[in-house]
Ligand binder design. Structure first.
Ligand SMILES: [Fe+2]
Length: 305
């Protein structure tokens, strides 16, 4: 892909992977965004959905109305599928949590509509990882690896994309972001072509997710051009027999053992925006620290038609 020059952006291939695009927002554009978003507070954004489109449009204009197409192009290009976007300079503006909620909302609404997040009852979720945790999923377990997975495996809504923004991080060692592109996974075809891989599984979710139904779907599908795509997470499929249980066990092991995992630090103020069909995401464990603080914002949803 050749990246067109866009006002206020510096676009390059991420130093750690040819699959990942890196987008830096110049300070002049951050100043403009802060100004444009100032009149909107978070409650208004939550209660009046139309304002989310307004800030997305304001954001697009700052980049000569070209950032919208850039996002869609990267997210749907099978050779890439993901980008990291963040400020050129790190200062108090770009790590302000309210600013980051607005900016993330602008980003997602350039490409599609976020799904309602039942875990938080909003169109987005903010969640913390701390030293102590009593939750029922791996999401908040700091000292465990969050294994490679896709989102939305247990909901009825389409989950085409996922945006994760780092809001805060203090006293942190480890906890790096991890991505794996399906086409880089050494054993992809072995699992994709396995008869169990394309047969139905039952998917549920723990209580904290607030989803009171189960769904049925396979782990692997084909996209419109026949290429493999995946919908998988380790915790939520409910294997019904030995064959399914053992298939998932070896699938999980194979993904985690891939030599092509992209492992990188995501600084506060930065977001990962990724395709949810051919990119899996996860997190490395944190190094134990009683003062550990880390907060992420998540939105996931479907592309506009
Ligand atoms: Fe996830």
């Amino acid at each position: 892909m050749v990246f067109e020059n866009i006002k206020n952006l510096a676009i390059s291939v991420h130093p750690q992977s040819k699959r990942l695009v890196s987008i830096n927002i110049l300070q002049s554009a951050i100043d403009e965004l802060v100004k444009k978003f100032a009149s909107i507070d978070i409650q208004d954004l939550e209660l009046k959905p139309f304002l989310r489109f307004f800030i997305a449009d304001e954001c697009n204009k700052i980049f000569d109305s070209k950032i919208k197409n850039l996002f869609k192009k990267i997210l749907t290009d099978r050779n890439y599928g993901a980008f990291v976007i963040g400020p050129e300079k790190f200062n108090a503006d770009v790590t302000d949590d309210k600013f980051l909620v607005k900016l993330s909302t602008a980003f997602t609404h350039l490409v599609g509509l976020p799904n309602f997040d039942s875990m938080t009852g909003k169109y987005y979720a903010r969640f913390e990882v701390k030293h102590v945790d009593s939750s029922d999923s791996y999401l908040r377990k700091a000292y465990k690896r969050l294994d490679l997975h896709t989102d939305g495996t247990y909901v009825k809504e389409k989950t085409d994309w996922l945006l994760m923004t780092k809001i805060k991080e203090k006293n942190v060692q480890g906890g790096e972001s991890v991505l794996l592109h399906l086409d880089d996974w050494e054993e992809r075809d072995k699992f994709f072509n396995h008869p169990v891989g394309q047969s139905d599984f039952i998917w549920g979710s723990p209580k904290s997710k607030n989803v009171d139904y189960k769904v049925t779907h396979p782990v692997f599908y084909k996209d419109s051009s026949g290429k493999p795509i995946i919908s998988y997470i380790d915790q939520f499929p409910e294997p019904q027999n030995m064959e399914q249980g053992l298939f998932l066990t070896s699938l999980s092991e194979s993904l985690e053992n891939s030599k092509h995992k992209i492992i990188f630090k995501l600084p506060p103020g930065c977001s990962i925006f990724s395709n949810n069909y051919f990119l899996l995401h996860g997190r490395q464990p944190f190094v134990e620290n009683k003062e550990l603080q880390r907060e992420l914002l998540r939105q996931r949803g479907a592309f506009y038609n």
